[in-house]
Design a protein around this ligand. Structure first.
Ligand code: AMP
Length: 378
């Protein structure tokens, strides 16, 4: 029997960004203590955690000491080295488990896992060395060339129109293990955030529609504007993915909606996701509370939505015209402001977000864009 970790227990988190911060806020609200380990200090998570440990993930002695002081460990980004997870796992459970991380931190392993288990993904081809370029089938062009490891928010990926562009992109730029995917003429992108408990029970939030700008999420909308069939199918697929991967924790399945209501999985994130931030203000239980409940062995919370919602990301770009006008942004009483405590507003850096709830999805979207315009004085 696995022990339930009750409020009063101590939760460890590897990684110290905004996802860890919102996890820590939810955990402390429920009466847990939070320890965070990352190579930085005064971090978004550290600012709200009980204990912030500054150490490299490769400092396995520090990692072992961190693990000795907590009851369970989770992570808030998927590029934590597996050796780190293994050291933790000798002391306390890591949830989701290291093998989930192993599959999802590498695009090729992830896509192969999905394809081999019968999940819908775009056609792809592995490129490990220059010789593999010649074996790329014609149907994969135009395509998207992506690094197998360390890719997020469109980093490490490039669109290639034909074989010449593919060869140049790989030989001159990438020169590392990669994957070429068929370019999907998608109509929409959306995600399903799901949680799976230790008993194997899965709860999904309804699909959230995502609008990207420059490959970075700009706006998320819930409920996503999808057909009933696509909604039901996506939630079934998400449930099956968490079950096949034997996840204990939260995992987000990112989808493309292709013509003809066809669903394709783009990628998996074995943790709460930017698109799920709106669950904090719009749902009975948020994605971070679900993460806590799953890793602690508590029953899952209700994913019922209270009001339609739109979330708009605030990147460092918002500071460019001058200091943001927070009061103006909040002049709509339905705007909920979330800032992550990052000191330097760099271009493209996620600094915070705003969620607006309203009577309808369309009204929520309009109010979210309006709040951002007021924020930057437009
Ligand atoms: P990723 O880092 O794989 O999530 O990709 C970032 C964004 O690039 C996605 O959200 C899509 O907008 C776009 N993208 C990625 N893969 C494809 C594809 N195979 N076809 C079309 N667009 C893609």
């Amino acid at each position: 029997m696995t022990k339930t970790i009750l409020p009063g227990g101590t939760l460890g988190v590897l990684g110290s960004g905004q996802l860890g911060r919102m996890f820590a806020i939810a955990a402390r609200r429920m009466g847990y203590r939070v320890h965070v380990l990352s190579p930085e200090t005064d971090t978004p998570t550290g600012q709200v955690a009980d204990v912030e440990i500054t150490a490299s993930y490769d400092d396995l002695d520090a990692v072992a000491r961190f693990a000795e002081q907590v009851d369970v460990v989770t992570f808030e980004f998927e590029n934590v080295p597996l050796a780190t997870v293994d050291v933790v796992n000798q002391k306390v459970p890591v949830r989701p488990a290291g093998r989930v991380l192993h599959t999802t931190q590498h695009r090729l392993r992830e896509k192969t896992f999905l394809r081999d288990h019968g999940f819908p993904v775009a056609n792809f081809h592995a490129i490990g060395e220059a010789a593999d370029l010649d074996a790329v089938p014609d149907q994969l062009l135009p395509g998207v060339l992506k690094t197998a490891a360390w890719g997020y928010d469109g980093k490490g990926q490039v669109k290639v129109a034909n074989r010449d562009e593919l060869n140049t992109a790989w030989k001159d730029e990438l020169k590392q293990e990669a994957i070429l995917e068929q370019l999907v003429p998608f109509e929409k992108e959306f995600s399903v955030v799901a949680a799976r408990g230790m008993d194997g029970y899965v709860e999904c939030f309804t699909p959230i529609e995502n609008i990207h700008v420059n490959h970075i999420l700009d706006v998320s909308v819930s409920p996503g504007r999808l057909s009933e069939k696509a909604t039901a199918e996506a939630m079934e697929i998400a449930k099956a993915v968490l079950t096949e991967l034997d996840v204990v924790g939260v995992l987000c399945v990112e989808f493309f909606l292709a013509p003809g209501d066809t669903l394709l999985i783009n990628e998996l994130a074995p943790r709460p996701h930017n698109s799920g931030h709106l669950t904090i203000d719009a749902h009975v239980t948020c994605q971070f509370e679900q993460q806590i409940r799953t890793i602690c062995g508590l029953p899952l919370g209700s994913t019922r939505q209270l009001r339609p919602a739109a979330m708009i990301n605030l990147l460092g770009n918002v500071w460019e015209p001058g200091p943001p006008d927070w009061a103006a942004a909040c002049s709509n009483p339905d705007v909920k402001l979330h800032l992550y405590g990052k000191h330097e507003p760099r271009i493209g850096r996620k600094m915070g977000h705003m969620t607006v709830t309203a009577e309808s999805v369309d009204a929520a979207i309009e109010s979210a864009y309006a709040a951002k315009s007021r924020l930057i004085g437009k």
